[in-house]
Design a binder for this molecule. Structure first.
Ligand SMILES: Cc1ncc(COP(=O)(O)O)c(C=O)c1O
Length: 402
């Protein structure tokens, strides 16, 4: 019997037949039974530079010869964390930013939520504590993110969550405007993904993100862009909000910042929110993680940023995203699937009549391809180093099973 409790899995489930991954190269994984499968999901939305990238593995190995980690609480720092913060701030969608490091997306989200409330309080608005989020938004599984996320079933069963969270229908600008009209004076922040990922690859309705920006400005609320999936190239830009010409106040990131080689997450605080946090120069940010600024994680991230630039992966995301979209559209045009949705290099299709996304996942896996069932769709979020032939293989696998 396995002693391992798996995430998002019933504790009582027999996991003996779980797929056992032993190695990976580029976009291809090898299972313990020797089978090779094409990873259409970049693991769990993160492996943008692909598996076994020599530049990233070398950076990590050589860093180990120097020092693996030392914390950066006052009065310590290190060059890797300093350099990475500067590299990320240079690419950030807002000017004059500073960067805070965590390990995961959930920690990044909880940090962002705390920073937003702290910024409001420091700027003289302690009454501004409410956080608004959208249905189908996924913001991780720590208590803050659990309270914010837009799946009622994932918020149940954990006891009392963090108070002060309001959920609005994810596709309804009027509902958002009403919340601001009624409670705008108490709203600290809105948190939203640029394209909702785990909710089922749902692009924002036309003008929605612009409306969030406008309402936040009108009511003195902060705009948190949760870029844990969209950040670091998925939509063909460093950050997903840049694909929509949005300048948020706070950005969360994780996943593709290191492509998962070493876990890393973080928060970019733009100049405006930073100014609020710095109102009282004696106020201390009493928040942080033991491994914030971890040497190995920062070395991995710097290598991933270099690979992204050297291999033109932002441009590749646009090219491959269009190829995937066109391929899936042809399946829809041929009447095999009823429709598709997505953006950048993450796309999903609705299953044909009588089939569920979970059925399709197993059938596509039999074709040697990993796709992910989510709510009402099955989708792809492949490594940005995938080849055109591999993208075609994903589309062909979907075609073969209907
Ligand atoms: C948008 C978003 N925010 C936060 C998280 C939580 O990240 P993690 O699982 O690294 O804690 C995720 C994870 O998928 C995510 O997609």
């Amino acid at each position: 019997m396995s002693r391992l409790l798996h995430p998002f899995t019933p504790p009582a489930k027999d996991t003996g037949d779980f797929l056992n991954i032993v190695s990976g190269k580029g976009s291809v994984l090898t299972l313990k039974d020797g089978r090779e499968i094409l990873d259409g999901m970049g693991s769990l939305w993160y492996c943008n530079v692909g598996y076994g990238h020599p530049k990233v593995t070398e950076a990590i190995k050589s860093q180990l010869d120097t020092i693996h980690a030392h914390h950066i609480f006052d009065p310590f720092t290190n060059d890797l964390a300093e350099t990475l913060a500067a590299e990320i701030a240079d690419r950030a969608p807002m000017p004059d930013s500073k960067v805070f490091f965590a390990q995961s997306g959930s920690e990044a989200v909880d940090t962002a939520l705390k920073l937003a409330r702290a910024a409001q309080a420091q700027a003289g608005h302690p009454e501004k504590t409410l956080v608004v989020s959208r249905t189908n938004g996924y913001h991780g599984t720590a208590y803050g993110g659990t309270s914010a996320q837009g799946f009622p079933e994932y918020r149940e069963g954990w006891g009392e969550l963090v108070p002060g969270h309001i959920h609005v229908p994810g596709d309804d600008v009027e509902a958002l405007a009403r919340v601001f009209a009624e409670r705008g004076a108490e709203i600290a922040a809105v948190i939203t993904e640029p394209v909702q990922g785990a909710g089922g690859i749902i692009p924002p309705p036309e003008g929605y993100l612009q409306a969030v920006r406008r309402l936040c400005d009108e009511h003195g609320a902060l705009y948190i862009s949760d870029e844990v999936i969209c950040g670091f190239g998925r939509l063909g830009h460093w950050f997903g909000c840049q694909a929509f010409d949005i300048e948020p106040d706070i950005v969360t990131f994780a996943k593709a910042v290191t492509s998962g080689y070493v876990p890393l997450g973080g928060v970019i605080v733009g100049g405006k929110a930073l100014g609020m946090l710095e109102t009282n120069s004696a106020w201390k940010l009493a928040h942080g993680f033991t491994y914030s600024g971890h040497h190995l994680a920062c070395a991995a991230a710097l290598a991933c940023i270099e690979v992204t630039e050297e291999e033109g992966l932002l441009e590749r995301a646009a090219v491959l995203g269009e190829r995937l979209r066109a391929g899936l559209q042809s399946l829809v045009d041929d009447g095999l699937y009823p429709g598709l949705r997505g953006a950048g290099f993450m796309w999903a299709v609705y299953p044909p009549e009588g089939r569920t996304p979970i059925d399709l996942r197993w059938e596509v896996l039999d074709q040697g391809v990993i796709a992910r069932p989510m709510s009402d769709v099955i989708g792809f979020c492949p490594p940005l180093v995938s080849t055109e032939a591999q993208v075609d293989q994903m589309v062909d696998a979907l075609a073969a099973v209907v």
